[in-house]
Design a protein around this ligand. Sequence first.
Ligand code: FAD
Ligand code: DLZ
Ligand code: SF4
Length: 512
Amino acid sequence: MARLRFVLGDQLTRDLSSLRDWKPGDVVLMAEVADEATYVRHHQRKIAFLFSAMRHFADELRRRKVTVDYVALDDCGNSGSFTGELERALKRYDVEGVIVTEPGEWRVKAMIEGWESRLGVPVEIRADDRFLCDQEAFAELTGGSKTLLMETFYRNMRKRTGYLMTASGEPEGGRWNFDEDNRESLPRDVEPPERPTYSVDETTEAVLALVARRFGNHFGSLDDFDYPVTRRQALGYLRWFVREALPEFGRYQDAMREGEPLLFHSHLSALINCGLLTPAECCGAAEKAFRDGHAPINAAEGFVRQIIGWREFIRGVYWREMPGYGEKNALDARRALPDFFWTGQTEMNCLAQSIGETRAYAYAHHIQRLMVIGNFCLLAGFDPRQVQEWYLVVYHDAYEWVEMPNVVGMILYADDGLFATKPYAASGNYINRMSDYCRSCRYDVKQRTGEDACPFNYLYWDFVARNEKRLAQNPRTGRVVSTLHRMDAGKVATMRADASRFLDGLPSSGDY
Ligand code: FAD
Ligand code: DLZ
Ligand code: SF4
């Protein structure tokens, strides 16, 4: 008898485990459901991207003679939930069971695990082997210790996958990690390459109209949508990246420039996370560029590290720590997120640029997320739950499994250093070194106190003073506490007063 294969919006991969043994008679179910678009009010562009990619994926399966039952958001009777749509589909088809690939999120996994008893049908949940490391391997590769070190995991992943390894089992280039070569600021005369753009076809046009109508009050803009939405386009974008941007990716990975959101970054995360590209093919393409002499080792290694290192590591942390990870708040941060996170209207130019680009493109690159927006959230002491929701809403690549550890562990240190060896706190000096934002800012990055001082400066020292005990105990941050102690007490008091005045003056209505 036939089986129903439920494919979720972030499972758009031809070779998905739940599709692998498809045979005539089986039906693939895909559904646009209001619950998924509104459990947080996702960026309009993110919903449009995903619905368009889902519709194109369904068309592609149909072209390959696979029977697809696609429920569009506005279809008559759409129940608005995964469970409701499965229940309705089971009334349309006489099937012996349901097959689904494990979802990315705890919330959805719990839902799926309830289907068998609720709907009275056998449900087979298959592993998601698009990831290169499952939970068992994660425990093995991290040594099962209490705190986790990405670098240890990453080296083990290099050995396990063989990426950028020599025949004798050594890392290519004689080192595991070329991060030190990847911290250059961008000279004024270096221009990032021009990106390919993808025109809006009929399918995307219909989705853009649907999203504007149904979710037009969500954060973000739909203007000038030009991102890949098909497998063919995604592959073209990957090839373009490897050819044109990868060679300089490593060197300028941490750089920021006003008006240039992408620089030499891949812009592939949303395509990988929804399944149009696999992590393995992205790493394979970078490795080939290195072996062909097209990309230097620091670029290829830097890129592969982000994927088989950080991306897999972050996912391992999520599943190891869930449920409960999202509730962590080791630094007891309670302040409400200010309204300008939704409007982008702030005189702090670095934040105005990074949030403005996020609003426009549902994208900001890693250093903007980490060292501008994330750093500000850490220093200001924003409530981790609110910060998590913001990051989950605003980025087109955001799913809880990847957003949560990056927010809880990487930027906020809310898990008390489960994998970050210290809080990533920095003053305005870092942003000034890595970007040109400060040049056109109304604040002065060199000043530490007063009306015109860069807020990152007094917020930084206020953060150090607030968390003095904890930072003093950490060998990586102890020196900063000693510096604080050597500072003039009056100056410290003024900085702390400036920090309070600044933070208390940020309107925060909680609306978005
Ligand atoms: P590149 O700079 O070109 O990097 C290549 C790839 O490496 C990315 O496409 C991504 O797949 C992977 N990668 C790099 N860093 C990470 C990381 N820390 N965690 C997981 N994967 C990584 N990434 C998401 O995919 N979804 C999120 O919701 C998300 N939330 C984040 C929240 C915060 C607070 C921070 C600091 C980072 C977050 N990241 C997230 C990680 C990273 O910022 C994005 O993956 C990256 O900016 C995407 O742009 P890109 O494709 O141009 O990446
Ligand atoms: C993010 C998202 C959105 C906005 N909408 C849908 C949808 O309508 N249908 C769907 O299948 N998936 C959607 N997704 C992705 C899901 O939220 C994602 O599959 C789960 O988060 C995985 O656990
Ligand atoms: Fe940001 Fe401070 Fe520089 Fe302004 S001066 S752009 S607030 S770091």
